[in-house]
Design a binder for this molecule. Structure first.
Ligand code: 5AD
Ligand code: SF4
Length: 474
């Protein structure tokens, strides 16, 4: 479930966003300061905004400078070993800062908190607080415990918690696009994945609280929401009193109806669960973006079976066909794992050929990293040598670069409606935005009186491989 636009790059790097908070309007009204850093998937970034909201009710204001914070929080990711290693390194830095500032508390949130539980607190003495993804409401009480020298730990998972009633405080926001969490947890048990263990069982958030949040965002000038969940297609919410059942397709429709000016995206879809109903809903509404992130993981049926993905190569290919049939202009991207347990060279070739077949615009590509406690760690041997994994990954990355280039070059001469997200990174004279297909477009502002959050039609004249360069059309 990751949302970085790193076309052609090995995305084994976790997104290292310090989630800065622009909401410190009157710093003096806050008694204390917190600093939060988020790693991993978009869900973690959305969770940090819930945490910010809980903390602000407790009199904490955000700071961008961890050295002056009373409370330093790291929202962590366990998906691959490297992700955990990066966080551990960061925690030792915070431990030093703690020595320099009396009373500073350091806390670990998210998947590493859940996976390692008291270990960080007791054995390694790196932190004062350890709080799992379903326990953020107890943060204020745990802070008080930690302040009085007790251990602040809560890693209980819940079957109900969705934080549906908490209005997130937007951190590090461009004011135009936002994540909206629609469900938590995952019931899929892909054999390589630690998420079902760290984030617990799947549960869907109250549909009306989702609509309210989207409406509020729209009223505050936001023009795009990305509905987030580990497996959005299995969203299912029942209001027994009103006798209403909301499926993911229905939810998409409800969000699309907030305003035609509000773009809707979603992430992540599981190929086995995305239905025709969802595809037809996407096709029906112009403001539902024509873009699907459809992780394939492997192109070989035997490996997919070992991964417990519950679809075959042919099923996945038929899904790609169906998407293109219903929405010929739809962009598709994927997650791919190289060198899963027992994968042979021929099976790796199947991954390369399914990439060619699917013509991905972009992919997040990883080599397999065994995670303790997962089904694969218990059942299979991680027997593909690291060098072989890396070589296969390299072949996958090279092919993806070729496919991305082809896809981006194919857009030259076409006109796209772009939502302006802000200045381009390189120049204040250029705007940057995205097409419905989620491709970044940069174009000169010229004399047009446009602002971020506006829509504009642009014609693509060239491409750098990961960005389209365009000009406004009248
Ligand atoms: N090793 C490598 N990649 C993994 N992913 C999940 N677990 C692992 C693992 N153990 C990848 C999958 C998933 C993405 C979020 O991370 O491709 O879709
Ligand atoms: Fe992990 Fe599979 Fe669930 Fe995604 S769908 S979070 S890969 S178990």
């Amino acid at each position: 479930m990751e949302t970085l636009e790193l076309t052609g790059k090995v995305h084994d790097e976790i997104r290292q966003g310090e989630a800065f908070a622009p909401f410190i309007v009157e710093p003096n009204i806050y008694k204390k300061k917190f600093y939060i850093e988020s790693y991993g998937c978009a869900m973690n970034f959305a969770d940090s905004e819930i945490v910010a909201s809980i903390l602000s009710n407790e009199g904490f204001g955000a700071t961008k400078n961890f050295e002056e914070a009373d409370l330093v929080l790291v929202n962590t990711c366990s998906i691959r070993e490297k992700a955990e290693a990066t966080v551990r390194k960061r925690l030792t830095e915070f431990k030093k800062a703690k020595l320099a500032k009396r009373g500073m508390l350091v806390g670990v949130l998210g998947c590493m908190a859940e996976r390692l539980k008291g270990k960080l607190l007791e054995e390694e003495k790196l932190v004062d607080l350890v709080i799992g993804p379903d326990a953020y409401r107890t943060l204020p009480a745990l802070i008080k415990d930690a302040e009085s020298g007790q251990k602040g730990v809560n890693v209980l998972l819940s079957r109900e918690e969705t934080y549906g009633d908490i209005s997130p405080i937007r951190l590090d926001s461009n004011g135009v696009t936002s994540f909206v969490s629609i469900m938590r947890g995952c019931n899929n048990m892909c054999s390589f994945c630690v998420v079902p263990f760290t984030r617990g069982r799947e549960r869907s958030r109250d549909a009306f609280s989702i609509i309210n949040e989207c409406q509020e965002l729209f009223d505050n000038g936001y023009r795009e929401v990305t509905l987030l969940g580990q497996n959005v297609d299995s969203y299912y919410w029942v209001d027994e009193e009103k006798d209403i059942i909301v499926t993911f397709a229905k939810l998409l429709e409800m969000v699309a109806n907030v305003s035609p000016l509000l773009r809707v995206r979603f992430s992540t879809s599981h190929p086995k669960d995305i239905t025709d109903e969802v595809l037809y809903t996407m096709a029906k509404y112009e403001n539902i973006c024509k873009y699907i992130h459809l992780p394939v993981q492997s192109g070989n049926t035997r490996v997919l079976q070992l991964m417990n993905r519950t679809y075959t190569r042919e099923w996945y290919m038929a899904k790609v066909d169906r998407i293109k049939e219903i929405m010929p202009e739809c962009g598709i991207t994927a997650d791919i794992i190289a060198g899963f347990c027992t994968e042979t060279e021929e099976e790796h070739q199947d991954t390369l050929s399914i990439m060619e077949y699917s013509k991905y615009d972009m992919s997040y590509m990883f080599f397999y990293s065994e995670r303790p406690g997962t089904l694969a760690a218990r059942r299979f041997t991680d027997d593909v040598p690291l060098q072989v994994k890396k070589r296969r990954l390299d072949e996958i990355v090279k092919l993806q670069n070729k496919l991305s280039q082809k896809s981006y070059l194919g857009d030259i001469g076409k006109t796209f409606k772009v939502l302006i997200e802000g200045n381009s990174k390189k120049s204040e004279n250029d705007w940057a935005g995205k097409t419905s297909q989620n491709k970044v477009v940069v174009f000169p502002k010229r004399d047009y009186n446009l602002n971020k959050g506006d829509y504009v039609n642009v014609k693509v004249n060239s491409s750098t491989g990961a960005t389209l360069l365009a000009d406004i059309v009248e």
